[in-house]
Design a protein around this ligand. Sequence first.
Ligand SMILES: *[C@@H]1O[C@H](CO)[C@@H](O)[C@H](O)[C@H]1NC(C)=O
Ligand SMILES: *[C@@H]1O[C@H](CO)[C@@H](O)[C@H](O)[C@H]1NC(C)=O
Ligand SMILES: *[C@@H]1O[C@H](CO)[C@@H](O)[C@H](O)[C@H]1NC(C)=O
Ligand SMILES: *[C@@H]1O[C@H](CO)[C@@H](O)[C@H](O)[C@H]1NC(C)=O
Ligand SMILES: *[C@@H]1O[C@H](CO)[C@@H](O)[C@H](O)[C@H]1NC(C)=O
Length: 262
Amino acid sequence: MKTLIISFVATLLLIICSILFFPCFGDTNVPRGLQCSEADYSVNEDGFHTNLKTLMDSLAANVVSHDGFYQTQVGEKANKVYGLILCRGDIAADGCTNCTLDSIKVASEDCSRSKEAWIWFRWCFLRYSNSSFFGVMENTAAAITNDTDFEDPSVVSEGFSFMSGLSATAPDQIYMFQTAILNVSQGGKRYGMAQCTRDINRRDCERCLNAQLVNFRMTIGNKRRWEIYGSNCFMWYNDYRFYSNVSTLLSGESCDLLPNHH
Ligand SMILES: *[C@@H]1O[C@H](CO)[C@@H](O)[C@H](O)[C@H]1NC(C)=O
Ligand SMILES: *[C@@H]1O[C@H](CO)[C@@H](O)[C@H](O)[C@H]1NC(C)=O
Ligand SMILES: *[C@@H]1O[C@H](CO)[C@@H](O)[C@H](O)[C@H]1NC(C)=O
Ligand SMILES: *[C@@H]1O[C@H](CO)[C@@H](O)[C@H](O)[C@H]1NC(C)=O
Ligand SMILES: *[C@@H]1O[C@H](CO)[C@@H](O)[C@H](O)[C@H]1NC(C)=O
């Protein structure tokens, strides 16, 4: 069911993107999908709502000072709420703050009666739930591609092994975030980026990224621009340099570490 809803949102985005020439692959911060549990609390459940609001405020207040990732929990028993926010590793502080506030706004408007929500923007990911999910890797994800944007057939397998290399090395970076550049053997470049939420361990991060490459191989395998948004990991592939050169969020992290090719 979850997967269905996500793929539906992805398909919808894809259609909107193709029709309106929405800047789908430029590096602007745009909504990428959302998923809310069915309306499962009423306005009368003040306790939960108050805790949720406190949680959101805390995520927004702490994400930048915690290098773009913050998780916390608020309240007790039935009213307890768990949440996290992750900003994309190359996004600077004001972009991270803006994205956090934007995703909180979407959550409170579009998931206003939900005890669980997943909000994806291109620059950040917000998730909260009434049950604990910290550290539990989930494979649910959606891929966004442009169905007319086919990869050069001679680059398909090179591009795929480039991204497999990235999924092997990104988990071992300090922040489980990495960008990389592929020099295509016949000329040209491809750009990749991968990131995991930092509540899961490095091996789960690697499993998560690998699962995305396997599960979406049919969708992304022959595309030259794609993005995958999950609950615990994210991947981007493009034919131009879409990410920022510097990050003040992850200071100390180099942006151009190249994965070892296997
Ligand atoms: C963040 O939001 C402020 C106020 O809306 C805006 O001036 C600024 O350009 C935004 N920054 C980014 C990186 O989008
Ligand atoms: C979370 O909320 C849902 C819907 O109200 C409920 O069915 C579920 O038992 C709750 N989970 C916890 C851990 O309280
Ligand atoms: C999709 O791909 C086609 C062909 O390359 C291109 O003309 C179009 O602008 C692309 N759309 C988006 C949203 O990137
Ligand atoms: C890719 O090409 C650039 C020059 O365009 C070079 O600096 C870089 O080392 C090359 N990377 C690899 C992995 O060969
Ligand atoms: C980022 O680096 C690339 C290559 O070094 C350069 O062409 C581009 O202008 C830089 N972008 C910004 C925003 O500094």
